[in-house]
Write a protein that binds this ligand. Sequence first.
Ligand code: ATP
Ligand code: MG
Length: 317
Amino acid sequence: MVTQSYSDADHFDKTDVDVFASVSDQVAMAIERKTYEMRLKEAHDALEMRIRRRTNALMKINRRLESEIRKQEQTENILRESEARLIQSERLAATGQLAASIAHEINSPLQGVTSLLNVMRREYGRDNQLAGDLELVQGAFTSISKTVKNLLDLNRPGKEKNRPVQIQEVITQTAALVKAYLKDNHVRLELDLPAALPPIMGSPQELSQVFMNLITNSVESLNMDPTYSDRRIAIEAQTAGEQVEVRVTDTGIGIGAEDISRVFDAFFTSKKTMGMGVGLSICHRIIEGHNGTIEARNLSDRGAVFTIRLPVNDPST
Ligand SMILES: Nc1ncnc2c1ncn2[C@@H]1O[C@H](COP(=O)(O)OP(=O)(O)OP(=O)(O)O)[C@@H](O)[C@H]1O
Ligand SMILES: [Mg+2]
């Protein structure tokens, strides 16, 4: 602010000075306020920037934490599943041992009876009626012996399984065995088996027993609903990485939701007096003995599916 006079030295008096002083005070205050305002804005901007940076960093940490929690949950799930599988295997192993010891106990008297029967047949061979009866009894005892032997074989650890097996051949042979049974029950069997599947290591007899049990179960499930006319069982095989995967599906009534976790348990059956509940526990034990896995699921529309995975035979190991 300027005021000037080049001619009159007394041109200004105290009032002018007061006016100047008061105006310049106000201007100074305005300038000062503006300066503070600008500093405040700078401080505010800087603060906002820091908050934004921190928030970004926090969000990153959050995302990492979330992904770690997810990973941990997955690991926990896998652990829980293997634990359940372990409990099931232990339970099955215990039942297997029990069956083996019972079979063993039955075996000794059986052998005694069989040799006695031989003696009796020699002794009374001339009496036709008696000889015929003795032969019937011997036939029955042979059948019991076979069952007992199978039971013992099934539970013998380290039993010979070491031969390359083409699973598609086992399935076709089993299908031929059950052809009449399927026809009687009006069930169509569809096979989708690639000719060039890699071999697995195993016992064809045992694996055939697995498919026999699965097919029987499927037929029984189809028979639970006689009103449904699309009666089908499908068996498909394929290579899945280092494994051969076989899926047995049916159009039956499916597995009860509350039963799905128990179907492989020994003596679990939903068939009341019709079933013993041993078929699937035997399947489970056989597949485990082949270092494979078997699982049960319901299909989304109708019926059940059993998936078996067996390791491909690697000749280099
Ligand atoms: N294909 C299937 N569809 C629906 N439920 C099934 C099927 N297969 C098995 N299940 C269920 O699993 C249970 C156990 O099967 P598992 O073969 O072990 O015994 P089971 O058939 O009842 O008796 P067993 O085989 O000793 O004659 C069955 O009772 C049934 O509830
Ligand atoms: Mg069964």
